[in-house]
Design a protein around this ligand. Structure first.
Ligand code: A2P
Length: 273
């Protein structure tokens, strides 16, 4: 569980992180993070947009585990596309978390959720420059982006100093992210995989269930192991302790042949619903 990946700037992060998107603020988030930390997780993913940063921070502090042993990510709300706005939002995030520093801060998306695909190239550069300065001041250990396409990242690389350390994308069996992943690998940008279980929808996929039976594990474990064998960091979300534990018990190897079979599964299950 505590094997790590190393980012391009040398910062290390545990391979599996707890996702908290759709985990309700307050008790639900507090308990989920607390259970994860108790069971060995040392990597928690949150965002200003999830509205649960305060509960994440509280659990991290109450856990009694030294702050520097836990890797915490948060994200800049996707409608904030100015330099000053990004600085202010970062301070707000730090006030919620009550931390002295943050491990990873990402631009949540290249466009506001309310105007998806709008061209925000200029605003992304301004927001990213603010994050660069916070990074240079040592307030954040690594910076990056989320939901960015190769073009969106190219805009950052052309106009900023620090190549993003991370791009966090929706990545799970069935989705084709090869273009983004190839581009990121070329630039040494690490891929984190959110919704590794396809928000849970993949767990009823018959082909995945078949592979799971073969290895005597659950479909969730196949999904998570698949992300690891693709050299990405999966961020499975759960509020149930048995699942939180199960999602880390992935110390088995899917054969090349079965990986190839899983790669033939096509489609984004989030859209099949
Ligand atoms: P819950 O939080 O009630 O446990 P993703 O990480 O792809 O977004 O998927 C999260 C969804 O999958 C949530 O609905 C979560 O439910 C469910 N889930 C997480 N881990 C497991 C598991 N090991 N077995 C079954 N369902 C799981």
């Amino acid at each position: 569980l505590n094997q790590v990946y190393t980012l391009s700037n040398g910062v290390q992060l545990p391979k599996i992180g707890l996702g908290t998107w759709q985990t309700k603020k307050g008790e639900e988030t507090y308990q989920s993070v607390m259970m994860a930390l108790k069971n060995g997780y040392r990597h928690i993913d949150t965002a200003e947009g999830y509205q649960n940063e305060a509960s994440v921070g509280q659990a991290v502090r109450d856990s009694g585990i030294p702050r520097e042993e836990i890797f915490v990510t948060s994200k800049l709300e996707s409608h904030i596309k100015t330099y000053e706005g990004a600085l202010e939002a970062f301070e707000k995030t730090m006030k919620e978390l009550k931390f002295d520093y943050l491990d990873l801060f990402l631009i949540h998306a290249p466009w506001p959720w309310s105007e998806m695909y709008k061209d925000c190239n200029e605003g992304n550069v301004l927001a990213y420059k603010a994050m660069e300065n916070l990074y240079k001041e040592g307030r954040i250990r690594a910076i990056g982006v989320s939901n960015f396409s190769p073009n969106d990242i190219e805009n950052i690389i052309q106009n900023c100093d620090v190549v993003p350390h991370v791009n966090q994308i929706g990545y799970f069996i069935g989705i084709d992210q090869s273009e983004t992943i190839d581009y990121c690998r070329k630039h040494n940008i690490f891929i984190e995989a959110y919704s590794p279980l396809g928000i849970g929808y993949l767990l009823s996929n018959k082909d995945i269930q078949k592979v799971a039976e073969k290895y005597n594990v659950s479909p969730a474990q196949i999904c998570i192991r698949w992300c690891l064998q693709k050299e990405t960091a999966p961020l499975p979300k759960s509020i149930h302790e048995n699942r939180i534990i199960q999602n880390t018990e992935v110390d088995f190897e899917i054969s090349d042949e079965d990986m190839e079979f899983l790669d033939t599964i096509k489609g984004d299950p989030r859209r099949w619903d």
